[in-house]
Design a protein around this ligand. Structure first.
Ligand code: PXP
Length: 239
């Protein structure tokens, strides 16, 4: 059985568009859990373009919500994460000009910093994941740095599938990373750009235990409702 994490950043995007308090990410997070999601994901970006500090406080405080907080290596954001104690942390790269997280984090350049951060979360018993490109070298480094999990960036394979291009090479790369990660004791997650079709293809990889999906779920919910959308994904992941 695979787990579904729902990224609700774009609930905050809609709220912020009007500068008001509706829709409230904390209320939606609770509802998403009641609809059958296994966890919710929020990304506290340095520019606070969607999720804000108070959202993190409210969501992490609700113990009925399993919260996966995405953060960059920014010290201020890190302190907020440590203070609010989410259930899980996922360390991602961040670039102010990007529309979304464009690739995995560069583990070689940031190794010392990441190792120290993981240690700080371990003390608080917070599961830590590293968002990486599907490269064997990065899986190995993630283990050496003490991560509990790797989240493989699925943006490239998702684009290939959506554009009806050959994705065999990318699929094999992801498969090898999954097998290697599992073998060396890392839990494997996947995320970015996923929809029903890409999730169906990747769900064949038995090593992937968790899928984190945002943009497509929020968009699809406008037509079909979040409950039905989550139900459909759960069916994909549990068959
Ligand atoms: N996983 C991580 C680490 C991400 O940064 C994101 C995007 O915020 C997602 C998953 C979800 O990607 P998408 O919104 O394309 O489904």
């Amino acid at each position: 059985m695979k787990r579904l994490g729902v990224n609700i950043d774009h609930v905050a995007t809609v709220r912020n568009a009007r500068g008001s308090s509706h829709p409230d990410p904390a209320t939606i997070a609770k509802h998403v859990m009641e609809c059958g999601a296994n966890s919710i994901t929020i990304h506290l970006r340095e520019d606070r373009r969607h999720i804000r500090d108070l959202d993190v406080v409210k969501i992490c405080k609700n113990k009925k919500i399993l919260t996966n907080l995405e953060i960059s290596l920014n010290e201020d954001v890190l302190k907020i994460a440590l203070r609010n104690k989410p259930n899980f942390i996922c360390i991602v790269p961040e670039n102010r000009k990007e529309v979304t997280t464009e690739g995995g984090i560069n583990l070689s350049i940031n190794s010392k910093k990441i190792q120290k951060i993981i240690k700080r979360f371990k003390i608080k018993k917070i599961r830590t994941s590293l968002f990486i490109d599907p490269k064997l070298k990065d899986v190995k480094i993630a283990k050496e740095l003490g991560a509990d999990c790797v989240e493989l960036h699925t943006g490239k394979i998702s684009d290939l599938i959506k554009n009806k291009k050959n994705y065999t090479y990318e699929y094999k790369k992801i498969k090898k990373c999954c097998e290697f990660a599992k073998k060396i004791g890392l839990e494997v997650h996947a995320g970015h750009g996923l929809d029903y079709k890409t999730s169906t293809i990747l769900s064949k990889l038995k090593e992937i235990e968790e899928f984190n999906i945002g943009h497509f779920i929020i968009g699809e919910s406008i037509i079909h409702g979040i409950k039905n959308t989550i139900k459909k994904f759960k069916k994909i992941f549990n068959t």
